[in-house]
Design a protein around this ligand. Structure first.
Ligand code: DGY
Length: 335
């Protein structure tokens, strides 16, 4: 790519240098430097005439944005494994490949899911608040009693890469692992992970911890509704590191208030972010962290490299190394 013919690229937020450096070298790069996502009108203006756009899960990519980018647009690269912010069908219809970052964040996200599970079980946030408030006066036989993680039953909703990585952690704690997914895993995988497929309602009824690991789609939106929450044990804890809208937030608040479930530990919420006066932030049996599942230094740097590699491949007209709509490539090569 010669200097005068460098393709224009817009990156919708500052990402680690590992991703920006290769883009700076090969493209006419513009980065949205503000800490908050570009407002819609600024995003639409910024992508005009771009050949490549690097988006985040906070940026909606739809027909309006693709129109605003115009006919030079060759690739959209999402800095996330999830692509629910993108109208994939519309990109595919227009022959625009969409990159994403699968695999690299699996273990890091599973680490956080397990950390949240343990924090909720052993009431770590309440305990830290208790000490910080100067309320620790003595050893107390009845103080901050929580639930055992070892030997408990874990229900995994979704058994893809991240669900299976959580199952591996659960094995180390001697947990019974149930899972539900549309397609049953290979029996060898089930055996290696000691995981048993059960119908979804049974999973909610039997589990001490339910952890969500499905993408957000039309089928999974509000999958955890009032009825599913009612099926959970009164001591059970819901963990969500997937996407907020998989859970009906109002029904969850109600269940936590009524004590019909034991607790919730959420990395993702609906809405996201939660307004500071949201009831979930007032409930002692809810832990909320700000969508940090993949937030380790190494993983975020690797995601940036992958997102840049996807973008540069798309600019060259090559198949993306990590493509969310590979049918675009198949269609191209069939021409
Ligand atoms: C993703 O990649 O989809 C996560 O939610 C953010 O890393």
């Amino acid at each position: 790519m010669t200097a005068e013919r460098r393709p224009r690229v817009f990156v919708a937020r500052r990402i680690p240098e590992a991703g920006l450096a290769p883009l700076r070298e090969a493209t006419e790069l513009s980065v949205w430097e503000a800490p908050l996502p570009p407002p819609r009108d600024a995003l639409l203006a910024a992508v005009a005439g771009c050949a490549g756009i690097l988006t985040l899960l906070t940026d909606r990519v739809d027909a309006e944005l693709l129109d605003a980018a115009g006919p030079d647009l060759r690739v959209v690269s999402n800095y996330a494994v999830g692509v629910d912010n993108i109208d994939l069908a519309e990109c595919t219809r227009r022959g625009i490949p969409v990159g994403h970052t699968p695999g690299v964040l699996t273990e890091t996200t599973a680490d956080l899911a397990f950390a949240l599970l343990m924090a909720a079980a052993r009431r770590i946030v309440e305990a830290v608040d208790f000490v910080r408030a100067g309320r620790w006066q003595t050893w107390d036989p009845m103080l901050l009693l929580g639930a055992d993680v070892h030997g408990a039953t874990l229900g995994l909703v979704g058994f893809g890469r991240i669900g299976q990585a959580v199952a591996r952690r659960a094995a180390g704690f001697g947990m019974t692992v149930l899972y539900h997914s549309r397609r049953r895993a290979d029996p060898a995988v089930e055996a290696a992970l000691g995981a048993t497929w059960v119908p979804l309602d049974e999973l909610f009824e039997r589990s001490d911890f339910v952890s969500l690991h499905v993408p957000l789609t039309a089928e999974t939106r509000r999958l955890v509704d009032a009825d599913r929450l009612r099926r959970m044990k009164p001591t059970a804890i819901l963990v969500n590191t997937a996407r907020g809208p998989i859970v009906d937030t109002d029904a969850l608040v109600e269940a936590l208030r009524a004590g019909s479930i034991g607790g919730a530990a959420l990395d993702v919420t609906d809405p996201e972010p939660l307004p500071p006066d949201h009831p979930l932030l007032r409930l002692p049996n809810a832990i909320v962290v700000p969508h940090i599942g993949s937030a380790s230094r190494a993983t975020r740097a690797r995601m940036a490299e992958m997102a840049a590699a996807n973008l540069l491949a798309g600019l060259r007209g090559d198949p993306l190394p990590y493509c969310a709509n590979p049918e675009v490539n198949r269609r191209r090569s069939a021409r």
